[in-house]
Design a protein around this ligand. Sequence first.
Ligand SMILES: [Zn+2]
Length: 310
Amino acid sequence: MKRYIYGIDIGGTSIKFGLFDLDFKLIDKWETPTDKTDAGVHIIDDIVTAIETHTPKLDEVLGYGFGVPGPVVKHYIPVCVNLGWKDVDLPAMLKERLNNDNIFVGNDANVACLGEAFIGAGHGRRNVAMITLGTGVGTGIVVDGHILEGHNGSAGEIGHLTVAHDYPIVCNCGKTGCLETVASATGIRNIYNRRKGDHIGHSVLFDTPFPSAKEIFDAAKDGDLLALEVVDEAADYIGYACHVIGITTNPSVIVIGGGVSKAGDFLIRRIQSVYRNLAFKASIDTKIVAATLGNDAGIHGAAELVKIYG
Ligand SMILES: [Zn+2]
């Protein structure tokens, strides 16, 4: 008898395991370090061992969903630099070892969006986008309940939308002016570094040699003018990116997650305002909301893969 579903979020530093019942209620969760040595060949063994250790009977598992930090096309991973993987067919590799045909894979940002769409901030909506503002900018888009993958798995990579046309900052992708260079934690500091020389008057940020994104947001909340300029500029870029998502995929909700989103309503309100000013009339009602699942979005969304594709 089937009792369980696994949602597994494979990250560059840890693998998060979520054990769910058939109603997608989280029963147990734990994580193990990601062993990336030898081109990541040990990761599969570690996953199988962790599952076997925690599950009394493997034949009670309905299926397994995985999130991985790289592009995924139809559950196939062409390349995943963060894990050292190339041409990995995870379902084929695990099918016999776990004695299960229901094994599905998605990109981690897409899978996190799926989690927020159905369990988290999306409250069961079927058209949801998510922008994760962390050390980078990740995006997931769910259309009619399905992850948008595109031709080679790069659909909706809005972190690399060119928004800062006059910024010479090079992104991790090699381009310049990407949303990631002005909206990630580093991106917030990039805007500050660009503006601080032109600022007239004092700013509390000048008291700290290298203010963090959090310190910039805190100063803005206290009314510091330079910090407010930085936050408003970042919100302009993020709001524009939401407009692009809104006009192409028409989500009912755009979820903002990641460390930068901890600035909360202060940032969300600004993004919503920019979005409404730019939005096409028919998609103006799209709501910008904060993520609610935190680091668990990935395991929830991975488990959802089993419901969608199983
Ligand atoms: Zn980029």
